[in-house]
Design a protein around this ligand. Structure first.
Ligand code: PLP
Length: 366
């Protein structure tokens, strides 16, 4: 089986596995004052410093959370009350579900946020929280976050950035981006699942915790620290696959399959491509490719495994094709052989399924 679904979860890197195994032997809770507790605390604080340094925040402003979903929910919980919430049209459900009824920031055909709209909307001076992702999970399209941050700051709005797909694949620095808070998740970087960080800029308002608990993380997130997971997270900080190699493999897929590629004209992550096949449902494509030995995903599979039409592709103006696109996301350890095998399987699959769906259409047409 060839795994081409890195945006769901990157394969665990050996560095993370080794760090997790070592940390499993640590006795003690980092919150305890005795010797073993202080030893555990040192591992925790070293991990925090590595993560802070990589993402351009102060150590004290790294809040360990369970992953991207929690970091996004924490930001909206902390900064949303009393503010209008503006959410990019292609945001992940981690944001959308945490902000029901939010005002939607539209995107253009390439999937890029309409900053003209944002400028006009923020000009009314209403206190606002804007949520804009750095890289889209389905298309890889990058958002103009630096420009959005400048607009937000000029109008006194707060900006939260979901950098879950970008972290580990491009430079992500809170200071350089100019945002107030940012979400990252270890399992999208080759670290373990179940751990992530919510990173706060020095001028972010002091957040009310989503989970208060025992006051860990300076009272910003309660709960005993998941030290092995945190150590595994820190172990992948600074590791990055050769992005030009991934981009070349992605381009090879796009050229050889001849598929429609929503978002192709925008700046994108190197590892991600979205391939739409006219007239063939995304779930049928995923199943056929799975049977052929290639793990990819439908753009918008939810946790039940059901496939809906992708809200991302709909926001980009695609009609029926919003339900006919698969996502191929290359992991850090992808091989050329896997990519070439995928191309061959895709071409076979598209011929077979197209013929079948044409037959079906002929059978039902009057
Ligand atoms: N944000 C984006 C853009 C994602 O792609 C994902 C996961 O797919 C999440 C948030 C949720 O992250 P986690 O799985 O760590 O909760």
């Amino acid at each position: 089986m060839h795994y081409l679904d890195a945006n769901a979860s990157e394969p665990l890197r050996p560095e993370a596995k080794a760090a997790i195994a070592a940390a499993l032997d640590i006795v003690g809770n980092p919150s305890s004052v005795h010797g073993p507790g202080r030893g555990a605390r040192r591992v925790l604080e070293d991990a925090r410093a590595a993560i802070a340094g990589r993402f351009g925040v102060h150590d004290k402003d790294v809040v360990f959370v369970s992953g991207g979903t929690e970091a996004d929910a924490a930001a909206i919980h902390a900064f949303g009350p009393g503010r209008r919430i503006i959410v990019g049209a292609t945001e992940h459900d981690a944001i959308r579900a945490a902000a029901p009824g939010a005002t939607i920031l539209p995107v253009d055909k390439a999937g890029v946020a309409d900053l003209g709209w944002l400028r006009v909307t923020l000009a009314d001076g209403q206190p606002s929280l804007v949520c804009l992702m750095l890289a889209n999970n389905e298309t890889g399209v990058l958002q103009p976050v630096v420009e959005a941050a400048a607009l937000c700051r000029a109008h006194g709005a707060l900006l939260h950035v979901d950098a879950v797909q970008a972290a580990g694949r491009m430079d992500v620095d809170v200071r350089a981006l100019g945002c107030h808070s940012l979400a990252v998740s270890a399992h999208k970087m080759g670290g373990p699942p179940g751990i992530g960080a919510w990173l706060l800029a020095p001028d972010a308002p002091e957040p009310a915790p989503l989970i208060a608990g025992g006051g860990q993380e300076r009272g910003r997130r309660g709960g005993t620290h998941a030290l092995p997971a945190i150590a595994g997270f820190a172990a992948v900080i600074g590791l990055r696959a050769d992005q030009s190699r991934l981009a070349a493999l992605r381009d090879r897929i796009e050229a050889a399959t001849g598929a429609i590629v929503p978002g192709r004209e925008a700046p994108r992550l190197a590892n991600t491509t979205c391939l739409a096949l006219e007239g063939v449902r995304a779930d049928a494509q995923v199943i056929a490719l799975d049977l052929a030995g290639f793990a990819v995903s439908a753009g918008a599979a939810c946790s039940s495994g059901k496939v809906r039409e992708s809200h991302v592709l709909q926001a980009m103006g695609l009609g029926a094709q919003a339900g006919q696109a698969i996502r191929v996301s290359l992991p850090w350890n992808v091989t050329e052989a896997a990519v070439d095998g995928f191309i061959a399987a895709y071409i076979r699959m598209s011929e077979t399924l197209r013929v079948r769906s044409n037959r079906l259409l002929q059978a039902v047409s009057p």
